[in-house]
Ligand binder design. Structure first.
Ligand SMILES: *[C@@H]1O[C@H](CO)[C@@H](O)[C@H](O)[C@H]1NC(C)=O
Length: 191
């Protein structure tokens, strides 16, 4: 089992490397965090007038900047509250969940961090950041197998991001250590 997993992950890794050569352009997705405000425009509900929409966007921008400021001051609990308010204003903005996930994680609320990471992924399944947050939350929850899967999903979406590769491998190592600990005493390589 132990050995098989190792082989499996090596093969998956190889696949990722090959795919990575083919979709280098995808690595810029990371930057889309900043552009999301503009992009959301198309999602705006048609029944809202443009002036109402502007009020909503202004309020969200205000809350975002308060959140960012709080993060800068390492006030993660405070930042999390601002992001929660912003989410009330625009529940469909994946970046708000991503940022609140990070805040939760920093103050030891790993389960809430996971819930937000999942919300982020649901809203933007093609954005690596959501999977990265999920991996971090699962690592904190010591669910290393699931963390591997999450990081792998992130790597597939952004193959040239070194940090993601690093995080993936750390999760693999942690998972192997966990499996190894589970069968202490037996150093046999067979199954
Ligand atoms: C999320 O956090 C990053 C880093 O602090 C910031 O640049 C970005 O604007 C934030 N996004 C939102 C939606 O608050």
């Amino acid at each position: 089992m132990f050995v098989n997993l190792h082989v499996l992950y090596s093969l998956t890794w190889l696949t990722i490397m090959i795919q990575g050569k083919q979709c280098d352009k995808a690595s810029k997705v990371k930057q889309s965090d900043k552009g999301s405000k503009v992009k959301r425009k198309e999602d705006a509900s048609p029944r809202k007038s443009s002036s109402e929409e502007k009020v909503v966007q202004d309020k969200k921008a205000e809350l975002k900047s308060l959140g960012a400021k709080a993060v800068e001051e390492k006030d993660y609990a405070g930042a999390s509250k601002f992001y929660s308010e912003a989410i009330k204003v625009d529940p469909k903005d994946a970046t708000l969940y991503s940022n609140r996930s990070l805040c939760h994680l920093r103050i030891g609320e790993a389960h809430d961090a996971l819930v937000d990471a999942d919300a982020c992924i649901r809203l933007r399944p093609d954005w690596p950041k959501g999977y990265c947050r999920k991996g971090a939350a699962l690592t904190a929850l010591k669910d290393h197998k699931e963390a591997c899967d999450a990081y792998m999903a992130a790597v597939k979406l952004d193959p040239s991001n070194e940090e993601l590769h690093e995080a993936f491998w750390e999760a693999v190592v942690a998972m192997k250590a966990e499996l190894g600990a589970g069968q202490s005493g037996s150093s046999s390589d067979s199954d």
